[in-house]
Design a protein around this ligand. Structure first.
Ligand SMILES: Cc1cc2nc3c(=O)[nH]c(=O)nc-3n(C[C@H](O)[C@H](O)[C@H](O)COP(=O)(O)OP(=O)(O)OC[C@H]3O[C@@H](n4cnc5c(N)ncnc54)[C@H](O)[C@@H]3O)c2cc1C
Length: 288
């Protein structure tokens, strides 16, 4: 399975040193009960960082440790790094305790991007589960900022329940954009929910896109991505039109330590964004 490997960009590796640089929390928003968004700016004379949609940073909560967190802001706006984080354990809980003015260490950006160039002139289908919308948001914002470069934009977002939907207001503002179709679904609907109910894959047959000329970008739990790839195939997309982003426990983020090994590759160096045909074999294996 040597085709899993793309050649890492040496410049990107040089940029991503092992030394975290200090960034200050300049904005904080609560997304859901366990998910929050931090905007970080370089402390002192530090330089702003540009990134490509799909890339991630290592965020270091001083005295606690580091976590890989995708960049979820607009790639057009480099003045602040935006990260949406779900509190699951030690490091993310420490990041959750940060308030305005606190300092966090940043290494990055790392990793492979969503295929925004390859997708030019084609319809874009974004499919997310839960916080999976966060790593997709830079790609959506890029496509909206370069509307003339892309065909229809379809955004299909699923969550467990209405209070678990992140970027709620922004999703509704995207619904107003011409040529953009946004469909939301939850597993369990409460009163006042006016969108769909059911798993996100059920939205795929209802969406309008040209499957012969579309690129799909998918992010969510692995089981969700597996069923989404199957449903996209039923809709007419081939595996080389589908891109997914993978997560594994990550330490160095520069392809040295091996914590995030996936088949013959490393997610930090060869991913996290993969074309589905290149990982299909490994994706279906347990414990990989
Ligand atoms: C490339 C990449 C991008 C990511 N982007 C985001 C993001 O944008 N927002 C976000 O909230 N999280 C993101 N994550 C996941 C995030 O890195 C982990 O949730 C975080 O490192 C957990 O650290 P912790 O110390 O809080 O939890 P721990 O105390 O280490 O673990 C708590 C629980 O979470 C599990 N866990 C730990 N790391 C992961 C992981 N990577 N995937 C699945 N389960 C894990 C552990 O097994 C354990 O059950 C990303 C991960 C990767 C690899």
């Amino acid at each position: 399975m040597s085709n899993i490997l793309h050649t890492p960009d040496p410049a990107a590796l040089r940029l991503g040193t092992m030394l975290p640089e200090p960034f200050v929390v300049v904005e904080r928003n609560e997304e859901t009960a366990d998910t929050f968004t931090l905007t970080l700016c370089p402390a002192g004379e530090g330089a702003a960082r540009s990134f490509e949609p799909g890339q991630f940073n290592m965020l270091y909560a001083f005295g606690t440790g580091e976590s890989a967190i995708s960049i979820s802001g607009s790639p057009e706006k480099t003045e602040g790094l935006v990260h949406t984080i779900r509190r699951v354990g030690t490091v993310t809980s420490a990041l959750d305790r940060l308030v305005l003015g606190d300092v966090v260490g940043v290494r990055g950006p790392f990793g492979s991007p969503w295929p925004m160039n390859e997708a030019r002139g084609r319809d874009l289908v974004f499919v997310s589960g839960g916080i999976g919308l966060a790593p997709l948001r830079p790609a959506i914002l890029h496509a909206l900022a370069h509307r003339e470069d892309y065909g229809r934009i379809v955004i299909l977002a699923g969550a467990r329940s209405a209070p678990d939907v992140i970027y709620h207001e922004q999703l509704h503002s995207w619904m107003e954009e011409s040529g953009v179709e946004v469909k939301l679904t939850v597993d369990q609907a409460g009163s006042g929910w006016h969108h769909h109910v059911g798993v996100v894959t059920t939205l795929i047959p209802r969406a309008r896109f040209d499957s012969s000329n579309a690129i799909a970008m998918v992010c969510g739990p692995e089981i969700m991505m597996r069923f989404t790839a199957m449903e996209l195939a039923r809709a007419g997309l081939s595996d080389d039109q589908i891109f997914v982003t993978l997560e594994r426990n990550m330490k160095c983020a520069v392809g040295i330590c091996g914590h995030c090994q996936f088949g013959p590759g490393f997610i930090c160096r060869d991913g996290p964004v993969f074309r589905f045909d290149r990982i299909r074999h490994w994706f279906s294996q347990r414990e990989i």
